[in-house]
Design a protein around this ligand. Structure first.
Ligand code: NAG
Length: 199
């Protein structure tokens, strides 16, 4: 009888752990994994609310030091894992997920409106560049509100939960690793009623 009581306590403990583990969002955490952190270093990031709500308004600010001009053949390598019971690798699907991007082409395409470069207003009004070339220097993003839209079903994997995002910026011509970050971030979905418990 005492053994079964012990087992029951153990099971309850595990259940409790699982439940609190599922509900608790991890803190935003980022580690600079570059051997030469002077090339690109993020001094601070602030996200409010945290975890960011999808969809929702996100107040973001940050400060980074860039020791290299960013232009030409720069590769952005992204590897994403989602926390379930294990860390599950997220694949690259239609250009979203654990993908490798041609960084400058991606920016120049993303912010090109009818053949004209058009940076997000939050960046434009602070004179921050959003396309290459990006000059070496110190960049501050003052607190501003970004609207996170409702995600298309393509991005349904990006539901609420905890993620590990490893990103690397590599100059393919020189082979130099400009930036390397290991990040942990949580997202929350706007929910209501039972959706908040089971969503
Ligand atoms: C970045 O480029 C500018 C000209 O575009 C040059 O004057 C400067 O020396 C370059 N800086 C670095 C760190 O390479």
């Amino acid at each position: 009888l005492s053994i079964s009581t012990f087992d029951m306590e153990k099971v309850c403990c595990l259940l409790l752990l699982a439940i609190t583990g599922c509900l608790s969002a991890i803190n935003l955490k980022y580690t600079d994994c570059n051997s030469n952190q002077a090339l690109l270093h993020v001094d601070s990031v602030s996200l409010n609310p945290y975890p960011p709500q999808i969809p929702g308004d996100l107040r973001a600010s940050g400060h980074l030091v860039l020791g290299r001009n960013i232009s030409g053949h720069i590769e952005l390598q992204v590897s994403i894992h989602k926390h379930a019971i294990f860390w599950i690798p997220v694949p690259c699907v239609s250009g979203f997920g654990s993908c490798t991007y041609d960084f400058c082409s991606m920016l120049n395409t993303a912010f090109n409106v009818n053949g004209q470069i058009s940076c997000p207003p939050q960046m434009a009004k602070q004179n921050l560049p959003c396309t290459c070339p990006i000059q070496a220097g110190t960049y501050t993003l003052n607190p501003d509100v970004w609207v996170i839209p409702t995600l298309p079903s393509l991005l349904s994997w990006l539901s609420s939960g905890d993620y590990k995002v490893d990103a690397k910026l590599v100059n393919k011509d020189s082979g130099e690793i400009i930036a390397c970050y290991n990040t942990q971030i949580a997202f929350a979905h706007k929910c209501s009623g039972f959706g908040c418990i089971f969503g």
